[in-house]
Design a binder for this molecule. Sequence first.
Ligand code: HSE
Length: 432
Amino acid sequence: MKPVKVGICGLGTVGGGTFNVLTTNAQNIARRAGREIIIAQVAARHANPACDTSNTDVTDDVFAVARNPDIDVLVELIGGYDVARKLVLMAIENGKHVVTANKALIAVHGEEIFAAAEAKGVSVMYEAAVAGGIPIIKAVREGLAANRINWLAGIINGTGNFILTEMRDKGRDFSDVLKEAQELGYAEADPTFDVEGIDAAHKLTILASIAYGIPLQFERCYTEGISRITREDVEYAEELGYRIKHLGISCQTERGIDLRVHPTLIPESRPIAKVDGVLNAVMANGNAVGDTLYVGAGAGAGPTASAVVADIIDLARTMEADPLARVNHLAFDRIEDEAVLPIEEVETAYYLRIPVLDQAGVLASVATILSEKGINIEAIIQKEPKEEESLAQIILLTHRILEKNMNKAIADIEALPSTVGEVTRIRVEHLS
Ligand code: HSE
């Protein structure tokens, strides 16, 4: 069979990794694909010292790759929304298949891109867009195809997990760990995407679509970051037998789809609670299979390249097949528009930390408010004021309750004369 000619756009961390994996593993890859895969062109604004491109056609114009008639597969690794969208649409228009690691592009412009690809009979592959080296797209889209997926929960941002782990284990400073994640090539170009949960929301949007057969609805994903997590919350959570993780969570409930990214307390006995550092992990629960857990590196050159190259190999095997025989872009032949629940309608358990004056009756007044709102307390601890402070802390865990009811209870607690400042609320999930 004739070789597949690939054009790589972007030679940063992931582009460089893809170049090197395709080069180093060329023989093994050709054996798997049944044909050679050749890097016919690379577009990069800067050389990558980790890549020997001396025998490769290199341009600084990514659109030259989309126009190059020799290229069968355009590999989009430039990131971002606008130029990447234009590039991918141009490649599709020119009859090329596309492989991308760009979760922002797929979460926000996926519908338009897939429609263009289907009209042209080409495929857009995006395994590397979610959880880096973990083949989670294939697992959910194909491996779990027999199931009704009940829920998904994942640590799907390596930078955030790295920051939370280093803060907990080494008492390191937030900004210091973030800087290291940037130097290691884990963080997004704009690291607020990592710490504010936007990157995880892109990935969760994609996962939920292929799990439930719903449209990509990034704008409806509730997103809350980790920048307000304090060391004391991490310590109190541990005292209660929990770990704080930044989770993307999606459930298919009778009232609609739950789609949210936020810091979450999870019992330390759950295997996913022990997934630390830059590792990612996704749990998927299906009605036939039960719980499944996938763990691996979610960022970095090699792991992300592993997913990109797997997509190229899949394309090499199927690109000459009837497009109808290929797996659907969003896993389902028929996409159904199920409502995504606003966060106020989501039901979950809570961790609350309430800074209070050290006075008699304070605990009772908090308990009265919760009981009036039908909120059942599961555990409670009260911390004496530290030597230099006058405030005590009430820390409690509740049973599951609608968020809108918890909002009312928190407003009432904050209005108590004994409450000083804001109540810290972190959602709790038992993942069972
Ligand atoms: N910034 C992302 C992360 C890279 O830290 O997980 C992989 O998508």
